[in-house]
Design a protein around this ligand. Structure first.
Ligand code: SF4
Ligand code: SF4
Ligand code: FES
Length: 519
């Protein structure tokens, strides 16, 4: 193509006028491309050159007012932020979870009504007429983390809780507003009781909202987990269902009750050497569930690492990583857990930790560096890998597998593995390498199963509403089995498939299948 020749981009745009059309349709438009063009520019071109009836919202065009958010190739974002690539086609649709007024314009009135019902945002009884308030900058640290919200409501359009039971939670964007109110050091109004009533404990910490937030607000951490910790300190939280894991951790060091002999009690040594040459040495962090409930998974992880030539160190005195407590705001218990785990792995000279639990690997990677700094006043002494990334990216070799499994499977991305750690391709690569496996993608593979963030233990019915959607996606994929890498997902998905009458659809941990194929 000569440099003079204009490149053309194609946009398939959702068109629907509920007052006239029986059902929505898509129109394809060809738009001349120029460098730096945004999806909003293309919509304006379509409006000005092809169809002046195309309805869409915008105002600032500089990603400040939040009004232009739409779904672009499935992802919610402000259209004025989404840069067009000349070699790509685009599907532009209205935000999900909200009724369509016309074309790309959705009805936000439900959000604004809910917003108005949240009570005052800011109250002060002090007059600033004579003397301005003097507040040290550090007091605004938490506020700044949530202050950037441009009210585009992309987050609300993707939240799995809003989708199944909006009454249960105001929605991420509105919880951000409550957090702004709570963290503003000049505010005398206390929004915490409202936040509690508006679903403070209804977030699964799935991070879908973070994925779409143009301001990159870490909503699960800086809104939900932080407000939950404040609620616990003030005696408002956690929920009754969260007390059992807390009591179990206090008495046994694990967040679940034991079933059969725990893996760590069943092993006779703490250091396992492979038969041949040793290519690496790692500490195996089992996590509570692989130790107490899914012992076969822990055994499979150990076998696979040994077969790959790795010396595996398994401290028997390791305890819960603390994830269920961090997610529900029960922080008082963390110091003991962190100190115990650091001591256990350091006692055996471990420098690299591997775990097959999505939640544990996220916690050890993302929370432990700060917790170790806080409790031990030093840097994180370990490198941490999820099992799949360790095998694919560090060892760069697959376990030797001979046996054909001949099964059609689909993969479920645990939220804390995919969005939490960016690990998507590694487990798929390992799964696809198992002889005889046919891997098919389900629609919404990364959609939350509803178990996380203490929702399964604290709000079971809500968790099941989200989980039922996941189970249907698995069944609709036509797979005979779903495979994943998170014990909470495994248990939740099994329960939901059973509840919907799909007992024949199997649920596997990735290492289970790898282990079977190695036999
Ligand atoms: S983390 Fe997930 S469940 Fe929680 S508010 Fe965000 S999208 Fe909703
Ligand atoms: S939190 Fe982010 S995604 Fe949600 S409304 Fe605010 S800017 Fe938009
Ligand atoms: S037009 Fe204001 S954010 Fe896009």
């Amino acid at each position: 193509m000569s440099s003079q020749e204009k490149k053309i981009v194609k946009l398939r745009v959702f068109r629907y006028d509920p007052e006239v059309d029986e059902k929505p349709r898509y129109e394809v438009y060809e738009v001349p491309y120029y460098r730096g063009m945004k999806v909003l520019d293309a919509l304006i071109y379509i409006h000005d050159n092809y169809d002046p009836t195309l309805a869409f919202r915008y105002s600032c065009k500089i990603w400040r007012c939040g009004s232009c958010a739409v779904r672009i190739n499935g992802d919610a974002m402000p259209a004025c932020r989404a840069e067009i690539k000349p070699d790509k086609d685009y599907v532009v649709e209205p935000l999900a979870n909200l009724p369509v007024i016309r074309d790309l314009v959705v009805d936000f009135s439900k959000i604004y009504k809910r917003f108005a019902s949240l009570g005052p945002y800011f109250v002060t009884t002090k007059s600033r007429d004579k003397e301005p308030a003097r507040v040290p900058g550090r007091k605004f640290e938490d506020f700044i983390k949530v202050a950037g919200c441009i009210e585009c409501w992309s987050c609300i359009s993707v939240c799995p809780i809003v989708k199944v039971a909006w009454s249960e939670m105001a929605g991420p964007g509105l919880m951000v507003a409550l957090a702004q109110s709570a963290y503003n050091p000049l505010n005398e109004h206390d929004p915490l009781p409202i936040a509690f009533a508006q679903g403070l404990y209804s977030c699964t910490t799935c991070r879908k909202c973070v994925e779409v937030c143009p301001e990159e607000i870490a909503i699960p951490e800086v809104v939900f987990e932080k407000l939950r910790a404040i609620a616990v300190r003030r005696g408002m939280g956690p929920l009754p269902g969260h007390l059992t894991p807390k009591e179990l951790i206090e008495t046994t060091g694990k967040s679940v009750a034991r079933r059969d002999t725990p893996f760590l009690e069943s092993i006779e040594t703490e250091v396992f050497r492979p038969l041949g040459a040793i290519i690496d040495r790692v500490g195996f962090f089992t996590g509570c569930l692989a130790d107490y409930r899914l012992q076969h998974v822990a055994k499979a992880v150990l076998d696979i690492l040994l077969r790959l030539g790795v010396e595996v160190v398994v401290p028997k005195d390791q305890v819960c990583c603390g994830s269920p407590m961090i997610r529900t705001g029960v922080l008082s218990i963390l110091e003991k857990l962190v100190k115990q785990n650091v001591a256990s792995f350091e006692r055996l000279g471990v420098k690299t930790i591997v775990t097959a639990c999505a939640g544990c690997s996220l916690t050890l990677k993302k929370n432990y560096p700060d917790l170790i700094k806080e409790f031990l006043k030093r840097e994180m002494p370990f490198k941490v890998y999820h099992m799949s990334e360790y095998i694919v990216n560090v060892l760069k070799q697959k376990p030797p597998m001979k046996k054909e499994l001949k099964i059609k499977v689909t993969w479920h991305d645990p939220c804390h593995l995919g969005r939490g750690q960016g690990i998507y391709k590694e487990p798929r690569e390992l799964l696809a390498s198992i002889p005889g496996i046919q891997l098919i993608e389900m629609e919404g593979a990364d959609q939350c199963c509803g178990a996380g963030g203490g929702v399964r233990s604290g709000k079971r019915e809500l968790s099941e509403l989200v989980g039922a959607n996941k189970a249907k996606q698995i069944v609709n994929s036509g797979a005979e089995a779903v495979v994943t890498e998170c014990p909470f997902c495994v248990i939740q998905i099994r329960d939901m498939l059973d509840a919907l009458g799909y007992k024949d659809v199997k649920v596997f941990y990735l290492e289970e299948l790898q282990r079977q194929a190695m036999e």
